[in-house]
Design a protein around this ligand. Structure first.
Ligand code: PLP
Length: 428
């Protein structure tokens, strides 16, 4: 069946034809590709067309598709049972592995999606501090829990408005939305509301407004203000965890700010290797507020699922091979350098950035620092480029505000083919 026929069939039975909105290609127009299979760096659509995949299931597929060690672990686990609803040794192993790799964490709880992990981290922060207010930054996405579907209010340090129908204003009345990388707004928010703030939640390298880094001074000030006011700092590393570095984005900030650590960390995507698995972790003192030890309730029928944990563990083991991140980062950098060089040759303004296996590029003259600057980049140019690349067998994220991902399966030849296609697409 063609992509178009499948899309029409899907639209009859699934709202918008998709089970997660960005897949519908609304931002760029056109027909979404229905994927039939994937292998290594490639995905193949229902019409048998192959694409170099820079979405990687939106982040999890850091080893590429169908890695033999992962497939083997998953098949063996599946034979032993799909779900028990009882504890397993593998959950303990996964928690031990993450704790070993991320020094700020002493205990970890497993859940099934990034949304669930962020929502639970928020409840935990509120439960620990006994406070209601939370800070979120414009352009960061933390899943679709009600309290986090919010955009900035009219003035600085005022509470936000829901971004989705079905979220009552009362539910976001404790959510302050501040501009990313804006130190002055941080100071104002804490000066006005400090004693009521339970936590600030941050995507340290934001991947939901393409790729924007939180500046070191911004992270330093945020950490200081949280300390001064008794608020918790939550790093949402659903995208950056095990993607930008083995120790996540927090390890990069700790390099610049000795002793730096968030209070709570949230993981998803790579930690599950492509299966529904996410997690949140913190010090033992914080985590012991969770049920059954403490008063903060949190649970899940499929939490710590044996097949998902097998997939996550196998993935985490592979990414610890010596030199894994150096070569991933090198290949990702060469992609970004190649794309921007192709644009320059074609006389098109483009800038890009990458960290580990995560990258972003923008049609503008300098790297954006916040959401407004991202949204002010050339959207029409991006949309034309997206389709021109898709036509040439390169599958980038179908929206200018999404980061891209390179996997260990992408070869130098894949990068070269992508850069060559970009040169043609940009008319250079
Ligand atoms: N946090 C971040 C930073 C994300 O990028 C995402 C999803 O893209 C989420 C949370 C939500 O994760 P999930 O889609 O698994 O619910």
């Amino acid at each position: 069946m063609s992509n178009q026929a499948l899309f029409e069939r899907a639209m009859r039975v699934i709202p918008g034809g998709v089970n997660s909105p960005v897949r519908a290609f609304r931002a760029v127009g056109g027909t979404p590709r229905f994927i039939a299979s994937a292998s290594g760096a490639y995905i193949v659509d229902a019409e048998g067309r192959r694409y170099i995949d820079y979405i990687g299931s939106w982040g999890p597929m850091i080893l590429g598709h169908g890695h033999p060690a992962v497939l083997d672990a998953v098949t063996r686990a599946a034979r032993d049972g799909l779900s028990f609803g009882a504890p397993t040794e593998r959950e303990v192993e996964l928690a031990e592995e993450v704790i070993r790799l991320v020094p700020s964490i002493e205990q970890l709880r497993l859940v099934s999606s990034g949304t669930e992990a962020c929502m639970s981290a928020l409840r935990l922060a509120r439960g620990v501090t006994g406070r209601s207010h939370i800070i979120k930054f414009e352009g960061c996405y933390h899943g679709h829990a009600d309290a986090l579907l919010v955009k900035a209010g009219s003035g600085l340090a005022t509470f936000g408005f829901p971004t989705s129908a079905g979220v009552p204003a009362e539910v976001v009345q404790h959510t302050l939305v501040l501009e990313y990388n804006n130190l002055q707004q941080l100071d104002e928010a804490f000066a006005t509301h400090g004693k009521d703030i339970a936590c600030a939640m941050l995507e340290p390298i934001a991947g939901n407004m393409n790729l924007v880094r939180a500046s070191v001074p911004f992270v330093r000030r945020l950490r200081e203000l949280c300390n001064t006011h008794g608020a918790l700092l939550v790093f949402d590393e659903v995208m950056t965890g095990f993607r930008v570095a083995l120790g996540g984005a927090q390890s990069l900030y700790a390099r610049e700010l000795p002793g730096f650590a968030p209070d709570i960390s949230v993981f998803g995507k790579v930690i599950g290797g492509g299966m529904p698995l996410a997690a949140f972790g913190a010090s033992r003192t914080i985590m012991e507020h969770l049920a059954p030890l403490g008063p903060v309730y949190q649970a899940g029928t499929l939490s710590g699922n044996p097949v998902a944990t097998a997939c996550g563990l196998a993935t985490l083991r592979e990414i610890q091979q010596p030199g894994f991140y150096d070569s991933l980062a090198e290949r990702t950098r060469s992609l970004v350098t190649g794309l921007t060089a192709a644009a320059a040759k074609a006389g098109v303004e483009m800038v890009g950035d990458s960290e580990g296996g995560m990258f972003g590029f923008f049609f503008t003259s300098s790297l954006p620092q916040n959401y407004a600057q991202v949204m002010a980049t050339d959207k029409d140019r991006f949309n034309r480029f997206f389709h021109a690349m898709l036509d040439r067998g390169v599958y980038f994220a179908p929206a200018l505000y999404e980061a891209g991902f390179v996997s260990a399966a992408h070869s130098d030849a894949d990068i070269a083919a992508t850069v060559q296609a970009a040169g043609e697409a940009l008319g250079g």
